[in-house]
Design a protein around this ligand. Sequence first.
Ligand SMILES: Cc1cc2nc3c(=O)[nH]c(=O)nc-3n(C[C@H](O)[C@H](O)[C@H](O)COP(=O)(O)OP(=O)(O)OC[C@H]3O[C@@H](n4cnc5c(N)ncnc54)[C@H](O)[C@@H]3O)c2cc1C
Length: 405
Amino acid sequence: MGEFTLELNDDQKQVRDWLHGFAADVMRPAAAEWDEREETPWPIIQEAAKLGIYSLDFYAQQFFDPTGLGIPMAMEELFWGDAGIALSIVGTGLAAVGVLANGTEEQIGTWVPQMYGDANDVKVAAFCSSEPDAGSDVASMRTRAVYDEAKDEWVLNGTKTWATNGGIANVHVVVAVVDPELGSKGHASFIVPPATPGLSQGQKFQKHGIRASHTAEVVLEDVRIPGSCLLGGKDKLDERLARAREKARSGGGERVKNAAMATFEASRPAVGAMAVGTARAAYEVALDYARTRVQFGRPIIENQGVAFQLADMATQIDAARLLVWRASWMATAGKPFTHAEGSMSKLYASEVAKSVTAQAIQILGGNGYTREYPVERMHRDAAIYTIFEGTSEIQRMVISRALAK
Ligand SMILES: Cc1cc2nc3c(=O)[nH]c(=O)nc-3n(C[C@H](O)[C@H](O)[C@H](O)COP(=O)(O)OP(=O)(O)OC[C@H]3O[C@@H](n4cnc5c(N)ncnc54)[C@H](O)[C@@H]3O)c2cc1C
């Protein structure tokens, strides 16, 4: 595994510049339009697929980058371009990580390519864990998976909500309860293959921000899937459940990781990197504006009140990036998050994005409050980072529990 480094290597710099070009030339000019349309920007996903930015190969290359910096660097650049469009491009990655974290090699090889499709026929994927009564409280999940031994099939029933790409995905990864006695340790992840009867889209949500990204309920009614769609396989599940039952009997606590948590742990620093991208985008607009906007005979940046805000914004963005890079490197190097470093990075970067984008509006004055300038959209977009993949309160809970151990 690579040593921790703050320096991108030449290959990474090249990829960063390439992504930056796409973000600046393709995403940024289209951002306001897709925000207003509140629709998945298929033509832009297709363009990204043609260039190789929306592809399993590209994602895997960044995911397996030994320095751990591939994913955070890519996320920061794409979300710098536009958060809603970027989430439409990388949302499939959350489902892919669900399979990479819990699936067998065969399952990874079969299903992950189908999540992306190809440049002529792009597809997206969805990761469905949240439910109307099980958001932060994942253990309250009700969607049930029952094994039909005679047919070697699983039968899924329940309602998922808030699923990015839910209902429009080619492949859905669904977390469901296999043993209700075990709380969150009795969950498992399943692949629902394309066009499986019984899976349908419920309500599509109209959102405050990241409006180009599709978010919807997913309804599962007697959805029958082959036994091979249980991620990790039946033997592994049976072993894991037996261990969890033994621990529950002996009162030894529950150290067996549940399926959704394994996915979130891997993806939290990536969400932190998205937040850094949005924060940096708003900061750059504000800096540029402060240098050129003249009031009282001089650029407003010459007032310490404005300059100090920008100094704090720049410092916080760099600090957030450092936390994100540390956590990403640790995850890649196989170092356990003993102090909840993944949660720290997501908590800090998401709060920074909310505050920096709000300050950017202030620095732009009346213009900042209008849709003529991008910072009000960036502020609406930034609000998601403190909510999805575990709210800020839940991150604080995870961090404080790690400290108390
Ligand atoms: C745009 C969008 C996209 C999403 N994409 C996906 C997706 O692709 N897949 C998926 O599975 N989910 C997805 N989610 C769901 C997201 O992860 C949940 O919204 C999030 O986990 C919070 O759950 P909740 O909305 O039910 O809020 P709740 O859990 O009801 O929380 C409400 C408030 O109470 C606070 N709170 C709850 N419990 C505690 C506690 N113990 N201590 C202190 N405060 C607490 C929370 O922090 C929050 O402020 C998405 C959500 C959104 C909005």
